[in-house]
Design a binder for this molecule. Sequence first.
Ligand code: ZN
Ligand code: ZN
Length: 430
Amino acid sequence: MSGKTRNKHKGRKGFLLFLCILIVMLISGCARIEKVDVSHGSETMTASMADDSETKIEPTEEPEPELTPEPTQELTPEPTEVPEPAEEAAEPDVFEVHFIDVGQGDAILVVCNEHAMLVDGGKSKESDKIYSYLRNHGIDHLDYIVATHPDADHVGGLAGALNYAAVDVALSPVLDNETETFRNYKKYLGRQNVSITIPEAGDTYALGNAEVQVLGPREIVNEDNNNSIVLKVIHGDNSFLLTGDAEEEEEQSILRSGADISSTVLKVAHHGSAYASSQQWLSKVSPQIAVISCGSDNEYGHPTEQVLNRLKAMNIPILRTDMHGDIIFQEVDGELRYGVAYDTNEDVYTPGIVPVPEEEQKEITRVNAGSGSSEGTNAQTYILNTNTMKFHDPDCRSVKQMKDKNKAEFRGTRDELIARGYDPCGNCHP
Ligand SMILES: [Zn+2]
Ligand SMILES: [Zn+2]
């Protein structure tokens, strides 16, 4: 892999982060931890744990026994080596940031111990994925749901989250927006009696023992992207800068404020648009790793060569949801590790990626297809309009008129669709 040699030259303070790669188990109940030592420029499996009984991220199955007993011995596979009884062990400190692959859009789940925050949810058609993702990770409560800005590729899928999880606080830069997606989002917030809170730059929110700092927007302008809520999530020595679709205008206003934007991991703004991620911004953030959330072959040409080249020139490794699927960072003993769902392209500039086993890839495909738990006897095929959030019989005449980008096929039950926020078509009465 070409990334290995390039990684050798990676300067600055990246050495800690890339010591280890954790292949985080994404959906199924088996944890497989692969640790890759990239500090010597070569991949060596220094530790490997593949124990079906170990479940680190799937709290829906046996949450307690797996997470409590060994906070300081994360790579020790045999529970017999844990000297202290479980009840004497300190509370495990869980900190994870999931960049959920929602195609062209953003969806980021931050988990800190028993607390969770969802930042954006992708387009409406990703509602199913968000719903399944939260369910599969046992997140039925969100301390915060954040719509960084009202664009459909950020707000649409939040309906899926609101159908699964109870939300305490909803953050958005504006109270209203004329788009149908935003109105729909507010409808689902309304069902939980949650009203929108507009955060102010400088505000901080607690997420367990992590701190969420609001860096932007510092003013509301005419262009939605530049009103994006920009958050810095800090846990111990690690930090994540989540930028929404902020472009250079907002970057400049945050830079002028003098806020400390340096971060361990940067969510590259606006899917890698050339109008964002200026050299000055990137230099100040000085991330050890960059994550780009975008869809493969998207119509916008994201991420752009300009931004990729700027990051490469700074020797910042890049992870991309279009090439790696879901990307999960996990802090283990203060050390940040990451795992990816798959690696589609050997040329992508990402040192030390280890593909997950094939059976886990299938799991991911299954969730992407939105066919979660559709074993029921009433399961059948419906056609969804992910824009209007209506569902139809496959032969309904409105299906023929539906734009391809709004169309999605769903196999499952009617109840399941309604639970996910879809309404039956008034013509075909599915
Ligand atoms: Zn966007
Ligand atoms: Zn946008």
